[in-house]
Design a protein around this ligand. Structure first.
Ligand SMILES: [Zn+2]
Length: 308
C-alpha cells in the first residue's frame, strides 16, 4: 500500500486530451493504478507558464473538472479524499484521490480564487512553481525573495483551513518564512541536496527543520533530483531515503513520484506498476515498521485536514 503525493496526470490529460482509463501515453492511468500498489494518489493542478495570465485561473478550473469528471466520478472504486478520516475509511478495494495545487500563479493576487479552489477540494497548496508569483518567489527566481504580505495572508488562510503548504519549488527564503508562520509545511516532491546538489532538493538544515516540526517529505523520481543527470537508476533513489532515515526522519518520509511531470526516465521505474520493485529493494535495508511508515502511515498521520 503506497501513498504518492505528487503527479502531473491532470496536466497531461489537459494538454494531450488522452483517455485516463487506459492511454498508453500515460505512466499513470486507471488500469495501471488498479494493478499497482498505489492506494492514494495526489493529483496536481499545474497551469503551464505559457498560459496567458488572464486565462490561468480558468485553466486551473478546467483541471478541477478533469479531476472529477475523468479521474474520480467515472469509477466506483475511486474516492475523493477531503480529510484524514476519508483516508482511514478507504476499503480494501478502493483507491483515494487527493486534489492539490502546484504553484499559486493561477490565483494571481486574489485570495478568493484560492478559497474557491479549497472549497472545490484542494488539500495541498504549493505556493510557487519555479518562478515568482504574487505569493512568493520560486527557487529559480534570481531575486530569491520570500513571502510577500499577500503570501502571508495566503499562509494564514491555509493554516486556518488545515491545508498542507507544499514547499517543493519555493525559494530558499520562502522556505524559512513558512517555517516561521506555517502550521502545516511539507515538501511533496524533493530529494536530498547533499546527494544530488540541485536547487530543487533540500539541504541538511531544511531537512532538519522539517524533521523538527514533524512535517512530511516525498522522495521524488525525477532523474536530475536523484543524481544530477538526465538518467537515473531505481536503486539510486534508496540513497535519498537512507540518508533521511539516518538523520532521524523515518516518521516524516514518503513518496512524491512526479509521474507525468517529466519525460526523463528512471531506469527500472518507468511507470507506477514498477513501484513494487522499489518497495522490494527498500525492504532489504529498512525494517517492516519503517516501510509501513514511509509507504503509507506517515502521510495519513500527518494529513492536516480533520474537518470536512
Ligand atoms: Zn514539480
Amino acid at each position: 500500500m503506497i501513498i504518492d503525493a505528487h503527479c502531473d496526470v491532470l496536466w497531461k490529460l489537459w494538454e494531450k486530451k488522452v483517455d485516463f482509463y487506459n492511454s498508453e501515453e500515460l505512466r499513470f492511468n486507471y488500469l495501471k493504478w488498479q494493478q499497482s500498489d498505489i492506494k492514494v494518489q495526489c493529483f496536481a493542478i499545474f497551469v503551464p507558464e505559457e498560459v496567458k495570465e488572464e486565462s490561468q485561473f480558468s485553466v486551473a478550473l478546467e483541471m478541477v473538472s478533469i479531476f472529477f469528471e475523468q479521474v474520480v466520478d467515472p469509477y466506483d472504486d475511486v474516492k475523493f479524499i477531503s480529510n484524514r478520516q476519508d483516508l482511514l475509511n478507504l476499503k480494501a478495494h478502493e483507491k483515494g484521490a487527493v486534489l492539490t495545487l502546484e504553484g499559486c500563479h493561477s490565483i494571481g493576487a486574489d485570495i478568493n480564487k484560492l478559497k474557491a479552489l479549497v472549497r472545490m477540494g484542494v488539500r495541498i497548496v504549493g505556493l510557487t512553481w519555479n518562478q515568482a508569483n504574487a505569493v512568493c518567489d520560486g527557487i529559480e527566481e534570481e531575486r530569491g525573495a520570500g513571502l510577500s504580505s499577500f503570501g502571508k495572508d495566503v499562509v494564514h488562510y491555509l493554516n486556518k483551513e488545515q491545508i498542507w503548504v507544499d514547499l517543493s519549488h519555493i525559494s530558499y527564503q520562502g522556505f524559512w518564512d513558512i517555517m516561521d508562520i506555517g502550521d502545516y509545511p511539507m515538501a511533496s516532491h524533493s530529494n536530498v541536496f547533499q546527494i544530488a546538489p540541485h536547487v530543487r532538493n533540500l539541504d541538511n538544515s531544511q531537512i532538519e527543520a522539517l524533521i523538527a516540526c514533524d512535517s512530511w517529505i516525498g522522495i521524488t523520481f525525477v532523474p536530475e533530483f536523484i543524481n544530477g543527470r538526465k538518467v537515473a537508476y531505481r536503486q539510486e533513489i534508496i540513497k535519498h531515503i537512507e540518508y533521511i532515515v539516518a538523520m532521524g526522519g523515518e516518521s516524516i518520509l514518503g513518496f512524491g513520484s512526479d509521474f507525468e511531470g517529466t519525460e526523463d526516465e528512471v531506469i527500472g521505474l518507468k511507470d507506477i506498476m514498477d513501484y513494487k520493485f522499489l518497495i522490494n529493494d527498500l525492504c532489504h535495508s529498512q525494517t517492516k515498521s519503517t516501510m509501513q511508515k514511509l509507504s503509507y502511515k506517515n502521510f495519513v498521520d500527518k494529513f492536516p485536514r480533520i474537518r470536512n
